[in-house]
Write a protein that binds this ligand. Structure first.
Ligand SMILES: Cc1cc2nc3c(=O)[nH]c(=O)nc-3n(C[C@H](O)[C@H](O)[C@H](O)COP(=O)(O)O)c2cc1C
Length: 324
């Protein structure tokens, strides 16, 4: 099916679907591509340990998950040689862009010197990104948080990344220690735009068109990335593009059916969990759904097929704009 992406008439800025390990895995990314509206997606990170066999690890990536919307690969690790080697492998497999994860806050990850812990040492960050850009025939990007414990190395990290030759940088403007608490700092995205010469993608807490517009106008960033907001409302990219009239329930239904089909390979018990995870976000979309969310979460239904139908019926009550 051709996504609606090409029908968008006016696209002032590039829109990115955020990588989200677990929540935004293949089942979701592949399904939301039916609705589209974003310019690029990024697959969740591939963790690259120091003893990695990069050829087999790279096979976790397939560029076609979000076809025809391009999907970039993301890698996470601390060894420049291994990260450079897997970059080469990913390009052979069709990656049009390879991104370094400089944001994962998990203690297991930071304990290995990867993810957001790279923000503690700008020189090392530069070394890793330089190793990647040196071997790469495609753009390399980096996705950073604003700092580890604090933002004292904010400028140094941005410049270290830029001077390594990356094509663009995405900033999720929270520190590692902040996790997902509070709000991403628009002030820091604004500062980053003033510091950097390469394109900057702003990220954090975009839940509607107005949020995206405000981030773009206040910070002057070159594009925005949306993660959880797209799980809540899969039409958010079209809304940001000013095409909210495109929404129709029959396509929302196709998106959900595709998601459900994609999770069929998991054991039944896991399927119910995956459906609950998706719907618990989706039911945050408006007040009337929010009141139904509790019923949905409290459901003891173990049969994923029955649970799926139950959720659809609740959604239909409030989202059945025009069921075709
Ligand atoms: C469940 C979950 C998994 C995530 N996994 C990744 C990941 O694999 N790589 C990454 O760079 N960021 C990851 N993130 C961070 C998101 O890409 C994004 O930066 C963050 O959620 C803020 O954007 P949002 O407010 O639009 O969701 C993850 C976030 C969540 C909630």
């Amino acid at each position: 099916m051709t996504p609606l992406t090409n029908k968008v008439k006016y696209k002032p800025h590039k829109l990115y679907l955020a990588p989200m390990e677990g929540l935004g895995n293949y089942s979701f990314r592949n399904a939301i591509s039916i609705i589209g509206g974003f310019d690029e997606a990024t697959k969740e990170f591939i963790s690259v340990p120091k003893n990695a066999h990069v050829k087999s690890l790279a096979k976790k990536f397939c560029p076609d998950d979000t076809y025809p919307i391009p999907q970039a690969a993301q890698i996470m690790g601390s060894c420049p040689e291994k990260l450079a080697a897997i970059t080469e492998e990913l390009i052979k497999l069709g990656a049009h862009r390879v991104e370094l994860n400089v944001g994962c806050p998990s203690n297991t990850v930071t304990g290995n010197g990867s993810g957001s812990s790279l923000l503690k040492d700008p020189e090392n960050l530069h070394k890793i990104l330089y190793a990647m850009t040196k071997v790469s025939s495609v753009p390399i990007s980096a996705k950073l948080r604003s700092g580890y414990e604090d933002t004292s190395l904010f400028k140094e990290n941005l410049l270290a990344a830029e001077s390594a030759g990356i094509a663009h940088l995405t900033l999720h403007a929270r520190t590692k220690v902040e996790g997902y608490k509070g709000f991403a700092s628009l002030e820091l995205i604004k500062q980053a735009k003033e510091i950097l010469s390469i394109p900057l993608i702003g990220n954090g807490d975009i839940k509607c068109r107005a949020d995206a517009e405000y981030m773009l106008s206040y910070t002057k960033c070159d594009g925005v990335m949306v993660g959880r907001g797209a799980v809540i409302n899969p039409w958010i990219f079209h809304e940001i593009n000013g095409c909210d009239h495109l929404e129709d329930f029959s396509l929302t239904l196709k998106y959900l059916e595709k998601f459900y089909k994609n999770i069929q390979s998991s054991p039944e018990r896991a399927q119910a969990g995956q459906l609950k995870a998706l719907f618990s976000y989706m039911f945050q979309r408006n007040e009337s759904l929010l009141t139904l969310r509790r019923d949905m979460l409290r459901s003891k239904e173990k049969d994923p097929k029955v649970f799926f139908k139950f959720c659809l019926s609740l959604l239909e009550k409030t989202l059945s704009i025009q069921k075709v």
